[in-house]
Design a binder for this molecule. Structure first.
Ligand SMILES: [Zn+2]
Ligand SMILES: [Zn+2]
Length: 302
């Protein structure tokens, strides 16, 4: 593998050294639900943030559909914008679920056993990295996440809003999540401002099903939410796209790590996350991106 100076969670493993009992394979349920069939993180803060995210989306749904479009004077306007908003909201929620329930690229726990290492054909004295926390052989660019309690390949960051790590296998869905949330935020901002302008020139009473003060409060909150998330998701989307473009994860750029890995060309790097260019780039229902580049199948087979 590679030789190098000690990194926070890495240690040199000498094959002559006997591994302790903690190295045996443990079955942990920190990151699985439905008897291990679905990847999910059991983190109270994360679960709270996920429900809060859904609540915010539901609130926007309510204001856009019930307060703004339902009583809109133009039915054609209401139907067209209703369909656009519903479509984007559906894609945003689907991307959210897909990001949350996809294994971000966890390295098998406790695979750093002497037998395993020997089976993999490493020679005596060869330097490999082992994570002392989950006792796994750490592939290049993997980092340990203390919330997921696992080492994650190409870990970018742990995001409580999706209650999961963003890593090699779910980064695409996360980018789509920020993209669609950004779009519904801009759309809500447009609808909210448009409704204000339309109603201020007409009669507020025929403009909404609720009382004018209630409508104003509903729309003001929607505008506030829309502005906040339009900014937040745009920044996040830009950061993610630039991280993919330069083939450098959030952690690597934070630590200002020297690139020991071979940087992919820009287009290759984007394809590694999104696959070949097609309409499926925008779909949260597409298959998981395969293992690209050098495969270390044995590292993940345990
Ligand atoms: Zn680890
Ligand atoms: Zn994590």
């Amino acid at each position: 593998m590679r030789a190098g100076k000690g990194k926070p969670y890495s240690l040199q493993l000498d094959l002559s050294e006997e591994l302790g009992p903690e190295s045996s394979l443990h079955i942990h349920h920190q990151n699985s639900c439905l008897s291990g069939r679905v990847w999910c993180i059991r983190d109270v803060c994360g679960v709270f943030c996920v429900f809060f995210t859904w609540l915010l989306i539901l609130y926007a749904e309510f204001v856009v559909v019930r307060v703004i479009l339902y009583s809109h004077p133009s039915k054609l306007f209401a139907v067209i914008h209703g369909l656009i908003f519903q479509g984007l909201a559906f894609l945003a929620v689907s991307s959210h679920l897909r990001t949350m329930l996809t294994d971000p690229g966890a390295v098998p726990k406790g695979n750093a056993t002497k037998e395993n290492i020997q089976r993999m054909g490493f020679e005596e004295g060869q330097v490999i990295f082992k994570c002392p926390k989950c006792c796994s052989i750490k592939p290049e660019r993997a980092h340990h996440c203390s919330v997921c309690q696992r080492c994650i390949r190409k870990m970018d960051h742990h995001c409580p809003w999706v209650n999961n790590c963003i890593g090699e296998q779910n980064q695409k869905f996360f980018v789509l999540f920020t993209f669609y949330i950004g779009l519904i935020s801009y759309h809500s901002l447009f609808l909210g401002i448009h409704h204000f302008i339309t109603c201020i020139h007409g009669d507020w009473k025929t403009c909404t099903v609720y009382s004018p003060p209630a409508t104003v409060v509903f729309i003001l909150f929607l505008l506030f939410e829309g502005l906040l998330f339009a900014l937040f998701t745009s920044i996040m989307f830009g950061t993610q796209v630039s991280a993919i473009w330069y083939d450098e994860t959030g952690i690597e750029s934070l630590k200002k790590e020297e690139a020991k890995w071979v940087r992919k060309s820009r287009w290759k790097s984007i394809q590694a996350v999104f696959g070949r260019f097609s309409i499926s780039w925008f779909s949260p229902f597409s298959a998981l991106p395969g293992t690209h580049g050098k495969t270390h199948g044995y590292l993940f087979s345990v």
